[in-house]
Each structure stands twice: as C-alpha cells, then as structure tokens.
Design a protein around this ligand. Sequence first.
Ligand code: PLP
Length: 388
Amino acid sequence: MSKKIKEFAGNFYPDQYKKDSKLDINHNYLLEQFADHDEILNKIKQVVIRGDFTLGSIVDEVEEEYAKLCGTKHAIGVGSGTDALFLSLKSIGVDRGDEVITTPFTFFATVGAIATAGATPVFVDCGDDLNINADLIESAITPRTKAIMPVHWSGRPCEMDSINAIAEKHGIYVIEDACHAIQATYKNRPAGSLGDFGCFSFHPLKNLNVWGDGGIITTDSDEHAKRLKLIRNHGLIGRNECVEFAYNSRLDSVQAVVVKHMLGKIDNITKSRISNAMYLDDKLNGISEIDIPKRDNDLKEVFHLYMFRANKRDELQQYLISKKIDAKVHYPIPMHLQEAAKKYGYTEGNFPVCEMAGKSVISFPVHEFVTKNDLDKIVDHVKSFYGV
Ligand SMILES: Cc1ncc(COP(=O)(O)O)c(C=O)c1O
C-alpha cells in the first residue's frame, strides 16, 4: 500500500463543503440553484406514487428531449458522466490491450474510464486553447488504438474537423467527453453530435445539474444506442433473459425528474454563463500578467469554468481566497503525473503545454448566480493584486 493510500482519511467532501461555505463568490451555487426545490419535490412525488424508480417513463422523456437538444438520433441515460465514457468504450468493444488517445489536461474520470475499461490511456499534449492538440494526435496512433477521446475542456469545443478526419482515416472511433459542454457548438453543430458518441455529466456542479449523479450518452448510431441500452442494464432484453453479462448504470428516475426540470432552464443558464464570461473577458483583457484563451468565432463556448493562465498563480489564488473569492485550480497535477498513471511510464517534460497549464491556470465561477457586482469584485481584486 502506498504512503498516500495509507494516509487517505476517507470521505473528504463534508470538510470541503464547510470550507466553500465561508466564501462569498463561490463555485458551489446549489442552494440558489435549487431554491425551487418544492416544485422538483412535487414532481418526484409522482415517481414515488408510480413506483417506477428504475428506468421509469421519465427517463424515456429525458432521453428524447436530450437527443433533440444535441441534434442526435439517440440519447441514453446512464449513472454518471464517468459511466457515459466507460459504457461508450465498452460499446465499441474496448478491452485489455487496446489504446485510447486523450489529453492529460482533464478531470480524472476521462482517464479513469479508459483505464477501467481495460485499455491504456495514450496522452497527447494540449494546445494554447487548453484542449487536445489535434496536430499531435496522428503520431500517437498505433495498431492498438481504438478511439480518440477529446475533452471539450471548460465548455470549449475541440478542433473536431481535424480529429474526425484522423479518426476516419484510421478507422477508429471518436468519443467526445462533453461533460463540460452542454449547448456548446462547433461550427454551429452541438457538442455531443460531433463524434460517434457524446458523453455528458449531470454532476451537481455541472452546467446542468442533478441531486447526485447522472449522465447521458448521445449518438446517431442505431446499433450503438441499442447496445448501450443493453449494457447499462445487465444485458437484459426482458425480465428473464440476458444476452450479455454487463453493467448496472442507469439514469435514476428520481434524477431524471431533476434533469427534466433543469432542461427547462438550460437556455438561460448557458446565456448567463456566456454573458458573465464575456464581461470578464472585456474587463480583464489587457492585463499583461494574465493570458486569456483567444475566443474563436467558430465556437460557442459555454464556460463551465472561466479559466486563464496567470503569472504568480498560487499567490493570486491565495490573495483572492483571502478576499472570499473561490478561485480554484482545475487541476494542478496533470493526469500523466498522477500516482495512478505511474505504470504508463510518463515523466515530467512529456507534455510541456499541459504541464505549464497545471502551473498557471486559475478558474473563477461564472454561473448564473454570479452577479455583475461579484464580477466587478473579481476584476478589482485581480487588478489590485497585479497593481494595475
Ligand atoms: C471532463 C470531465 N469528464 C468526466 C467527468 C465525470 O462526470 P461524473 O462526475 O458525472 O462521473 C467530469 C466531472 O465530473 C469531468 O469534468
């Protein structure tokens, strides 16, 4: 057992909740988000009265609505965003000995899904936009490569035309990690419709959030939609017959009620995130110590986070926290340098852009409950930190 595992104290979330609640401008906005909980609870009551907790009719309704939102033929509700990635990999038969290409600048779940599917994650550095650098993908392809998993990081779509062209040339799949990217578009096409599979998370701090865990997979493939519906539910074709021993990862009916409720709000959520981000862009551009990613007219970014690179990042973060602003780092240690990745043999220096990002990025909340006054406070404190 490693020293880190020995020292691991168990559930760290209760302490995290306490810490966050002391800040004024917070990434966690769930109290405001669900202030209308009575309305949701009343809808959940209907599920309780019907008793269709497992893949009830509300899940079908959500799937239909979500597929429309993403412009895909199908959407399949699953237990989480991680499971959406994992089940998509399993749907195309990924197993031991296979390789899946992704970025080391992502959340653990992207890589975790690849590893738990049995495959080896193969990393490719990110570009200045903090997304996977499409120009570097082809040289990472081997006969064992089964898929590319681009991550639309913080809600900015990846360079999908290039990625799809490489995948087509090599006969491999594209699985979008669109967990940050509901309603983002690439050349006017929605995230989730850009590859073979789109994987979304409904985690409480995502742009569309539920009361626990949930996820969904979008696809145009009839065959894969059918297969995903089988393998999320034990491989059952009916109560008594199983065609393939598989998994239990279904979008819960109770969570589906919350998804449906939130789908009614997503247009406004997206609009306010974009408008808050544009406000910050406008006020912060021109500060020479920070580097805001260039915006691209081909992309609609949905700003799961508002992120930039900053000189003296750690000091800036501490300063802002002292001013009760929840400045976070997503994430300081890239995936290839995590203890969990040791067995893949990567070392510091392998992915310089990503490693530099880990040392310099900082993110701010721009959700719909952040006010103009809050944004002005962020701007004033960033400016005062740099003395400009
Ligand atoms: C980029 C990314 N991929 C995948 C996931 C996994 O989603 P979930 O927490 O719903 O399993 C997350 C977030 O939590 C994420 O940020």
